[in-house]
Ligand binder design. Structure first.
Ligand SMILES: Cc1ncc(C[n+]2csc(CCOP(=O)(O)OP(=O)(O)O)c2C)c(N)n1
Ligand SMILES: CC(=O)[C@@H](O)[C@H](O)COP(=O)(O)O
Ligand SMILES: [Mg+2]
Length: 642
């Protein structure tokens, strides 16, 4: 019987022998490769933490000892060990296992936020609470990647942790030297020095070769010296910056040597104060295709061949990211003041192409969006035009920097937000559903939500010419639609559809929802309600042309892939009120809720953001507006179901 089947909870790990532990680690790796190659997900990060997670669960007693994962994408092994092996067939799918910790799934899970660099603050607060409550037999374990340590919040937390000598906290640094690509910055270089300082390792190897072979006393003597290695490191290796901060530091430990990690964790647990256990791991460990993947070690994969690692679905069509990446390279050729900034996501944002052509004008700041934004303000102050490319949801944490460092200084910075709108499988904190609500309050900020590749190119070229205010362009993770040409224009507004007769309903659709807007317009026409469908492309500022159009209609319908609260539909409504335009408005968008994981299509359907549902709602609204007796439900000729 496979060992894994015997593991229903961490308590089942306790009496496994060394051999069984090694066997279990191998079974877990096979399990990860078999399942995640089928569903997609964060295979590389989880292959790298098999031994670490085993050692943590053997040393600490979850959930009595809370285990907090940073970003949380590397919690699959934790889930396997805490009774959720059966959920991996539906990993990251609607109603299935979340790709991140989930309190609803298990008492062993604590933090669901998948935005990096927050775990140490969580853990510091939790440990402080245990101290205040006098719960002296509990230890908080923070599980943090080297990439997450490049985020500012991590250092805010460490600054506080370092002065609390009796904080019951063990910080496991999972140092695989990478975010997606190799981790950048001074911290990364420091960790690298600590990783590679072989002086005490070589000395230890000499001892191991000559001592451990001694009969009887050899092995115990080596174990003793192995334990002393930490002391040797303090003497031979540079004092780590953690130690210089006053933090107890243990390591670096081979993170794939499970007994060694267990010993270090036990040492740390007994210390009774905050300790950093620095573990060296390999992202993708144990799967050659992942180990050899230069781009990101299979950080986040789609469906792949479980043996070769080759993708099962080769993407042949261009994506939004491709269009952005290629256009930025073209712009870079004619504008040497344009520079590009990424927050540790060079390839996912497409900036790797700009970097290949303009390496000196491309900057990876680590997982540090706040620094990225204010550094961009500095670059703009010196006459450059920075393009900051991040995922929509990750810019949330840099709101103040956009508002005060870029907006207040009227800096010509362009933000390009990929994964805007419902993304789906990464769960609630990954949907890019807040950017148009959050950033529209930045005075002077321009927002574009292009509907297709051509409009994205046009918007990007226009944005880099705005040098006295921030500009923001956002696009979806969904398929890039074919170009949708306007049939005519009303000034700056593209008119995409207009039925015969005096149009009664004006549908204003933004970005990826333009296709849905056209579907609504056609359905309304079929219902005998003449409609016009328009796309302003630039959602902010609200233009006079659009205001003129809305005044000519009986009802305005806005559709956006953004939170409807404070969205661009609400902003249009505000602008209409300011101009004393009294046309009624119906706004459609994402409700102010956290969206459980699922496919984008499933979620949009659940939210009623389909052409059919919106059209039906508009028909009913028009009926009310016309004060016609609302026919009984059987009489309403509903748009036929797809
Ligand atoms: C604020 C924020 N920015 C960017 C990301 C995207 N992201 C997810 S995991 C990751 C790399 C994390 O690196 P590390 O902490 O070293 O973990 P590893 O994947 O190496 O185990 C990044 C950049 C994020 N989740 N949160
Ligand atoms: C954990 C994390 O934040 C990223 O790895 C994210 O999951 C990537 O999302 P995409 O797969 O949409 O690039
Ligand atoms: Mg890492």
């Amino acid at each position: 019987m496979p060992l894994l089947e015997r593991i229903q909870g961490p308590e089942d790990l306790g009496d496994l022998t060394r051999t069984e532990m090694d066997e279990l680690a191998a079974e877990i790796r096979d399990f990860l490769i078999t399942h995640v190659s089928r569903t997609g997900g964060h295979l590389g990060p989880n292959l790298g933490v098999v031994e670490l997670t085993l050692a943590v669960h053997r040393t600490f007693t979850s959930p009595h000892d809370p285990i907090v994962f940073d970003t949380g994408h590397q919690s699959y092994v934790h889930k396997i060990l805490t009774g959720r092996q059966g959920g991996f067939d539906d990993l990251r799918q609607r109603g299935g296992l979340s790709g991140y910790p989930s309190r609803q799934e298990s008492k062993h899970d604590w933090v669901e936020n998948s935005h990096a660099s927050a775990a140490l603050s969580w853990a510091e607060g939790m440990a402080k609470a245990l101290k205040i409550r006098g719960e002296k037999d509990r230890t908080v374990v923070a599980f943090v990647g080297d990439g997450a340590l490049t985020g500012g919040m991590a250092w805010e937390a460490l600054n506080n942790i370092a002065v609390q000598d009796d904080l019951p906290l063990v910080i496991v640094v999972n140092d695989n030297g990478r975010s997606y690509t190799p981790t950048v910055g001074g911290l990364a270089q420091h960790l690298a020095v600590m990783r590679t300082d072989r002086r005490y390792e070589d000395l230890l190897d000499v001892i191991k070769r000559n001592v451990s072979r001694a009969p009887l006393v050899g092995r115990p003597a080596y174990e003793l010296l192995h334990g002393l290695k930490i002391g040797l490191k303090d003497v031979l290796a540079p004092q780590g910056l953690f130690a210089d901060l006053g933090l107890k530091y243990v390591g670096p430990i081979d993170g794939h040597d499970e007994p060694a990690v267990e010993r270090a964790l036990a040492q740390a647990k007994d210390f009774g104060g905050p300790v950093i256990v620095h573990c060296l791991t390999q992202k993708g460990h144990g799967f050659r295709a992942a180990e050899q993947n230069e781009e990101d070690r299979f950080h986040a994969i789609g469906q792949i061949d479980a043996h070769t690692g080759e993708p099962l679905s080769s993407i042949v069509t261009a994506t939004w990211t491709d269009v952005f990446a290629e256009e930025l390279v073209r712009i870079g050729g004619r504008r040497d003041d344009v520079v590009a900034i990424t927050a540790a996501m060079l390839h996912p944002t497409g900036l790797n192409r700009f970097a290949a052509t303009y390496p000196d004008r491309t900057f990876d700041v680590g997982i540090a969006e706040q620094h990225a934004v204010t550094s961009a303000a500095g670059m703009a102050a010196m006459g450059l035009h920075p393009v900051v490319a991040v995922y929509s949801t990750f810019l949330n944490r840099a709101f103040d920097q956009v508002l005060m460092d870029v907006g207040l200084h009227r800096a010509g910075v362009t933000f390009v937000l990929d994964r805007a709108g419902v993304t789906g499988s990464d769960g609630p904190s990954h949907n890019g559903m807040w950017d148009m609500s959050v950033f529209q309050v930045v005075p002077g900020l321009h927002i574009a939500a292009p509907r297709d590749g051509q409009r994205l190119r046009d918007a990007l070229n226009a944005a880099v010419d705005i040098d006295d205010a921030p500009s923001l362009i956002r696009f979806s993770k969904d398929k890039l639609p074919d170009d949708i040409e306007a049939i005519t224009h009303r000034g700056e507004v593209d008119v995409l559809y207009s039925s015969e007769g005096r149009p009664r309903v004006l549908v204003v659709a933004y970005g990826q929802m333009v296709g849905t807007g056209l579907d609504v317009g056609r359905r309304l026409t079929q219902q005998g309600i003449p409609a016009t469908v328009v796309d302003p492309v630039w959602a902010l500022p609200v233009g006079e042309d659009l205001l003129g159009l809305v005044a000519d209609h009986d009802l305005v319908v806005t559709i956006e892939d953004n939170c409807v609260v404070g969205g661009v539909g609400a902003r249009l409504e505000q602008a209409m009120a300011d101009h004393e335009i009294t046309t009624p408005v119906q706004t459609f968008g994402i409700p102010d809720q956290y969206l459980a994981q699922g496919s984008r299509g499933e979620i949009l359907t659940d939210l009623g953001l389909t052409g059919q549902d919106i059209a039906r709602s508009v028909v009913e609204h028009m009926l009310r507006l016309d004060r016609l007796p609302v026919p009984s439900p059987t009489e309403v000729v509903r748009p036929e179901r797809d």
